[in-house]
Design a protein around this ligand. Structure first.
Ligand SMILES: Nc1ncnc2c1ncn2[C@@H]1O[C@H](COP(=O)(O)OP(=O)(O)OP(=O)(O)O)[C@@H](O)[C@H]1O
Ligand SMILES: [Mg+2]
Length: 245
């Protein structure tokens, strides 16, 4: 579904992503892990077009999308959420979803309806899908942290991605919120036949749901494999997982 070949990115001579090659199969749930500064977010930004690679190639279903602008890559089917939240705090939950649907689909279809009716059914369906139907009228800025992340997921889904990149989807969540969110992600990925690629520091989450794990270290891909293979990898244990796994 997604293939990255020898991707490289430097910032003023500092190598943030160092010749990384990786393939993600259709409908896989894959995690990218590694210590702070390992290059995970940069790697995502290169895939989604938010950063330009120095060299290397990104292929979506075999099609070269390297260097395309973010909105085009989004339209081609790669959605994302950000490590820092990306919602309109003063709008309601419903309006946030509505805005995302409008941004993706344009207003043509609902030209004659009142603005509050724009994509009403689609927005309600998305809210139900991420478990926020009861918060539809709540001002987004007042949501709990976990609920904000659910909303972000809804916003990302509004662009109907086939591949979804999630940068630390459970950062800052309580143990219960983390558990619920990962459950939700698994369900949605299954229902929508998504290919899911996520970064995460919580190893319980990673080893709980990822089918494949890529380990980054100082910009390099240190190891890639099943959770079992990665846990058994001596380099990974020495450098990153240590006693934790
Ligand atoms: N725009 C930038 N300009 C200069 N250096 C950058 C820039 N973005 C990232 N870096 C550097 O590149 C390296 C990789 O950063 P990145 O944010 O990709 O790491 P990460 O694996 O996502 O870390 P974390 O787990 O803390 O989110 C870091 O050393 C960071 O300081
Ligand atoms: Mg990061």
């Amino acid at each position: 579904m997604l293939e990255v070949r020898r991707l490289r990115k430097t910032f003023a001579g500092f190598v943030a992503v160092d010749d990384v090659s990786l393939r993600v199969s259709a409908q896989a749930i894959a995690a990218v892990i590694g210590p702070n500064g390992a290059g995970k977010t940069t790697f995502f930004n290169l895939i989604t077009g938010h950063l330009k690679a120095d060299s290397g190639t990104v292929l979506l279903e075999g099609r070269d999308i390297t260097g395309a602008p973010p909105h085009r890559i989004c339209r081609m089917g790669i959605g994302r959420s950000f490590q820092r939240t990306n919602i309109f705090a003063r709008l309601s939950v419903f309006e946030n979803i509505q805005a995302a649907l409008l941004a993706h689909q344009g207003h043509g279809r609902n030209f004659w309806s009142r603005s509050e009716d724009f994509y009403r059914d689609e927005a309600n369906a998305l809210l139900a899908s991420v478990g926020l139907e009861e918060k539809a009228r709540t001002e987004a800025g007042t949501l709990s942290y976990g609920n904000q992340k659910q909303l972000e997921l809804g916003i990302a889904l509004a662009s109907e991605p086939r591949v979804l990149l999630l940068d630390e989807p459970t950062a800052g969540m309580s143990a219960r919120e983390t558990h619920e969110t990962m459950h939700l992600l698994e369900r949605i990925a299954g229902e929508r036949k998504l290919t899911l690629l996520f970064t995460e520091h919580d190893m319980e989450v990673v080893f709980g749901i990822a089918q494949r794990i890529a380990v980054f270290y100082q910009g390099r891909l240190l190891a890639e494999g099943t959770p079992h293979e990665v846990r058994a990898d001596r380099e990974v244990r020495r450098i990153y997982l240590g006693a934790a796994a």
